[in-house]
Design a protein around this ligand. Structure first.
Ligand code: ZN
Ligand code: ZN
Length: 339
């Protein structure tokens, strides 16, 4: 086992906390606290989920909280819901698969090992939500039990065909040489174009898509995920949407994108117009949260434009008195289940 310090991978908030005076603890203690043991290059195979995976409560791991803007601390948009030994990803922005590997070991969730991830659902096909689709589909494809299943708006099947073309040389090389290939069909993504409604029902898990308003990007979807112990809504990219407010009424967790008011003001008039039509300002999100009253509002996909990130929480607190947090990559929910 290698001991890898996640400080290099830690979100800005954690980095900041580590730079502050440690109080009763020493610098060494703080370092140890954020060090996790990660095995090096371990192949993981699994016929079926273990008994303990089947009994585990539903968990959500935020794999990426970023946007199209490159960010050293935030991978592209991606949220994983883990239920009864399977991981369901919602979007797969750049870096999401790398974070899935870290989360697999940090939280001991076998189904987050990339070639064991069964399913991905795309809110829309902007590249900050899809750049790791290839990574997810074809990492260790020859050892996949089953090919990746993908659901997304119109265009998803073209992207899946494009991935196949992009990796056709790799597929040919591995399939025609001396390399053992456990699953010769493991690279074939099963892609489905979605419409609003229930997409997947498995035991007590229900995954439903609903239309949101992402400006001229249409269709764009949000998702509602319900299990026997947790209800979750993921907004995807959207401006203020009555549909999100309705679907999120009383849910345990609402993951919502946001653009900071102060950040928006730093944009050119052209980009202000674009963002107004495509994203939700902090004031609009406060209004939405007052309708939905989720157990916890979790901000992700935040557009800050150089303003201090935490200021967005103050902007929301001006109009909403419920519990709100600004997610970092690798946050896990419900928080009391943090291991
Ligand atoms: Zn986006
Ligand atoms: Zn978008």
């Amino acid at each position: 086992m290698n001991r890898i310090n996640v400080r290099a991978l830690a979100p800005a908030g954690i980095l900041l906390a580590m730079l502050l005076p440690a109080g009763s603890g020493s610098a060494q203690t703080a370092e140890d606290e954020f060090a996790i043991a990660l095995p090096s290059a371990r192949i993981e195979l699994r016929e079926a989920p273990s008994a303990s995976e089947l009994l585990a409560p539903t968990q959500v791991v935020v794999l990426g909280t970023g946007t199209p803007i490159p960010d050293a601390f935030r991978a592209g948009s991606s949220i994983a819901v883990i239920h009864k030994g399977e991981s369901y990803l919602f979007d797969a922005g750049a870096g999401a698969v790398r974070n899935a590997v870290i989360a697999r070991y940090k939280y001991d969730i076998p189904s987050l090992y990339p070639s064991l991830i069964c399913c991905v659902f795309f809110t829309h096909l902007h590249s900050d939500h899809t750049m790791d689709f290839a990574e997810l589909a074809h990492t260790l494809w020859w050892r996949r039990n089953a090919a990746l299943q993908a659901w997304g708006p119109r265009g998803i099947e073209e992207i899946a065909s494009g991935l196949l073309a992009m990796n056709s040389v790799d597929i040919e090389l591995r399939s025609s040489g001396v390399q053992p290939v456990q699953n010769p069909e493991g690279f074939r993504v099963a892609a489905r174009t979605i419409a609003p409604g229930v997409l997947l029902e498995k035991d007590d898990l229900v995954i439903e898509a609903f239309a949101v308003d992402h400006g001229d990007v249409s269709p764009a979807y949000g998702f509602k995920i319900t299990t026997d112990d947790l209800s979750i809504v993921i907004s995807g990219d959207t401006t203020f949407s009555e549909a999100v407010a309705e679907k999120a009424r009383g849910v345990d967790l609402l993951f919502h994108e946001v653009i900071s008011q102060q950040g928006l003001a730093r944009n050119s008039p052209g980009f202000q117009r674009y963002h107004d039509s495509a994203h939700t300002t902090s004031a609009e999100l406060a209004r939405l949260a007052n309708i939905a009253r989720p157990g916890l509002l979790v901000l992700y996909h935040g557009l800050f434009y150089g303003t201090e990130e935490e200021l967005v929480l103050d902007e929301i607190a001006d109009g909403y008195d419920g519990e709100v947090i600004l997610a970092d990559d690798l946050d896990v929910f419900p928080q009391h289940r943090r291991r």
